[in-house]
Structure formats: structure tokens, C-alpha cells
Design a binder for this molecule. Structure first.
Ligand SMILES: *Cc1c(COP(=O)(O)O)cnc(C)c1O
Length: 360
């Protein structure tokens, strides 16, 4: 029997993926040339499908990279001359900040402790700042930044570019792309696919920024926006890419479009509600994020204290794998992913097990 993976990435495969992998073998996807017509068509229609599914403006560009972590690096290289500004309240937002430091920039940050909100804290952003960086869904803590806060920050600083990491909230999160510049995700989380491919959505403004920086400084090499654009115009990538990942992503986009994104979003909310309701009424197992306004719908983090290991073992013995806490929270929390690949039936089974679990 296969386990059900509620881990926040890699995770449970989207249900159609095994079928698409077989199909990929039958169609020689793993052997055909990466500049062949067939692969170019996969890239071209992948871009069209993604724009339709997520309602992305036509003049935004879509690039394929290899990981969410790579996307952080490329955004900084292509959009920041010297100063970026980061909202930090967990490991992934901190990784974004550190990336800017490691690339020799001078990033500033508004930082609060893991799991806390920065919404009531005053801040000023330096006039020479090019880019404001948000991690929409902090996968390490289960904190989701309210989108209104991101849009308000954009209104307050309209001349600055805004980037948002939606690695663990795509495709469920509904964004107004006209207020955002670089949006990125990798496909091993919300899309329920094997790791090794990421997608970056770039506004005309962000692309123009990369062009103007490239006049007088390095914006990177093969994966600079300009290099990727040169190949994108031919529906290609600079390097030999993850063609299998692109094929599977394309097929799952078709499946999700058929199911409709509205249904996916509604189910995500329903399943999140089922899970949070259970934990709110539990005495030992409580959501780590106390304020319901800041709770992620897609990564549900529970403080489990000394029950962490026995609970995880109990679930595992019944075929359910949940994530451990992230980093320093490893022994004290569990993380439950709620992605489109997790059916309502999966969640009901998990809840049934949680009900029957007796703390040791
Ligand atoms: C997983 C994750 C990343 C890193 O993505 P990789 O594809 O593993 O490099 C970045 N940001 C967030 C919010 C994540 O959850």
C-alpha cells in the first residue's frame, strides 16, 4: 500500500501524475531533443495554460528555472542594484534576505519572531530600494501574509518592484498580478509534481529593470532575464532543461483547468477549515499561528510538544506521512500540507486517525 504524503514538499502526487509519467515514456519525452518542435510546443502551451489558469496578464513573461531557491537568487540579480527590502518571519523569508546578502547587495529587513505578524509595525523603505520581497506563505511556520498588506505596501511605494514567493501557496492563492512584479513557485508543492522545476512570472516593469541594470552591471549569466527571454521568444530555454518536469507540469495544468481553479480554491478552503476546526477544539494539539487571519490554508502547522514523535509514528503506521516541524521546530511541531493533490477523503481519513489518537 502506498502512503499518503501530507508533507509540504515533495508531497502527494497529483492523482493523474502516474498516468502522465507512463504517457511520457510512450511518447519518448525523455529522449527527444530539447530544441525539437514537440518540446517547444510543450513550453509554448504551458505558458498559455498557466496564464489562463492563474489569470496572469498577457504581457507578463513566464520563465522556467530549476527551484524556488534559484528563483530567489535570480530575482535579486535581475531587479536589485544595491538595496532590497524583506519582510522576514521564518526560515524561507530569511533565506531570501540572506541570498541578497550573499550576492553582495545591501538588503534591509523588517524582522519579527517566527510565526508573528509585522502588520502593526511601522517601517520605512530606503528611497534607493529597488525591490520589496514577500514570502506569501512561510512554509516553516504556517504563516500567510494577508494579500491586502502586500497590495497596500505596493500602493505606498508604487515606484518599487514587488516580488512574492508563492512556492507553497500556488496555485490556490488568488493574486492580482497587476500589482506584482516577480512571482515564483516550484512545482513539487502545490502542483503535486516531482521536484526539479520552478516557474517565474515577470512583469514588464521588472523586465525593464533587468535591461537597465544590464547596461552597467552583471545580472547573472544563462538564467538572467535577458538570456531567458532570448530563448523564450523561440519557446526554448538557454540550457537543456527538465523536459519531463515541463511535460508533467503541462499535463497537470490541463487537468487543473478541466477541474477549474475555482473548485480547487474552494476545496482548499474547505479542507483547511476541516483541519483547523479539529485542532482548535483539541486540548493538546494547537495551531502554531494563533491569529486566524494569519493562518495558511495550504501549510497547517501544529504545536505538538512531546507528542510529536509518537503522533507521527502513529500516523505513519496507518499510512499517513505528515511533515515534521521545520529547522528548530523539528521536535515540537508537525506540518500538514493541504494541496490540490490532497482529496477531501484523504483529509477525512487523517482526521479520523487524529480523533482516535490517544496521547501517550
Ligand atoms: C520550499 C520553499 C522554497 C524553496 O523551494 P525549492 O524548490 O525547494 O528550492 C522557497 N520558498 C518557500 C516558501 C518554500 O516553501
Amino acid at each position: 500500500m502506498n502512503n499518503i504524503y501530507f508533507t509540504p514538499g515533495p508531497t502527494q502526487l497529483y492523482p493523474t501524475v502516474p498516468f502522465h509519467i507512463k504517457k511520457a515514456l510512450e511518447e519518448d519525452i525523455l529522449s527527444i531533443a530539447h530544441r525539437s518542435k514537440k518540446v517547444c510546443q510543450i513550453l509554448e502551451s504551458g505558458e498559455v495554460l498557466l496564464k489562463e489558469l492563474l489569470n496572469i496578464p498577457r504581457d507578463y513573461r513566464i520563465y522556467f528555472l530549476s527551484s524556488g531557491t534559484e528563483c530567489m537568487e535570480r530575482v535579486i540579480q535581475n531587479c536589485v542594484e544595491k538595496y532590497s527590502f524583506h519582510f522576514v518571519n521564518g526560515s524561507f523569508s530569511n533565506r531570501f534576505f540572506k541570498t541578497a546578502q550573499e550576492l553582495g547587495k545591501r538588503p534591509k529587513r523588517l524582522e519579527v519572531a517566527d510565526g508573528l505578524g509585522f502588520m502593526d509595525i511601522m517601517f520605512e523603505i530606503h528611497r534607493l530600494t529597488d525591490l520589496i520581497c514577500f514570502t506569501h506563505n512561510e512554509t516553516s511556520t504556517g504563516f500567510a501574509v494577508p494579500l491586502d498588506y502586500i497590495y497596500q505596501t505596493h500602493k505606498r511605494y508604487p515606484d518599487k518592484l514587488i516580488t512574492i514567493d508563492i512556492v507553497s501557496s500556488a496555485p490556490s492563492v488568488y493574486l492580482d498580478y497587476s500589482q506584482l512584479d516577480c512571482v515564483f513557485f516550484s512545482i513539487q508543492k502545490g502542483f503535486g509534481l516531482p521536484a526539479g522545476l520552478a516557474v517565474m512570472i515577470v512583469s514588464p516593469r521588472a523586465f525593464a529593470k533587468a535591461q537597465s541594470l544590464a547596461d552597467h552591471m552583471s545580472i547573472g549569466s544563462y538564467h538572467s532575464f535577458l538570456s531567458m527571454e532570448k530563448y523564450r521568444e523561440k519557446n526554448q530555454t538557454p540550457e537543456t532543461p527538465n523536459v519531463l518536469g515541463m511535460y508533467l507540469f503541462h499535463q497537470v495544468l490541463v487537468d487543473m483547468k478541466k477541474k477549474t481553479i475555482a473548485d480547487i480554491r474552494r476545496e482548499t478552503e474547505e479542507k483547511a477549515h476541516m483541519l483547523y476546526s479539529f485542532f482548535e477544539s483539541s486540548t493538546n494539539l494547537k495551531p502554531f499561528i494563533e491569529n486566524p487571519l494569519y493562518r495558511s490554508n495550504t501549510v497547517i502547522v501544529i504545536s505538538t510538544g512531546d507528542q510529536t514523535e509518537p503522533l507521527m509514528d502513529y500516523l505513519k503506521n496507518h499510512g499517513i506521512i505528515v511533515g515534521s516541524g521545520y529547522g528548530k521546530w523539528k521536535e515540537k511541531q508537525i506540518r500538514i500540507a493541504n494541496f490540490p493533490s490532497h482529496t477531501k477523503g484523504n483529509v477525512e481519513y487523517l482526521l479520523q486517525l487524529l480523533h482516535s489518537y490517544l496521547p501517550r
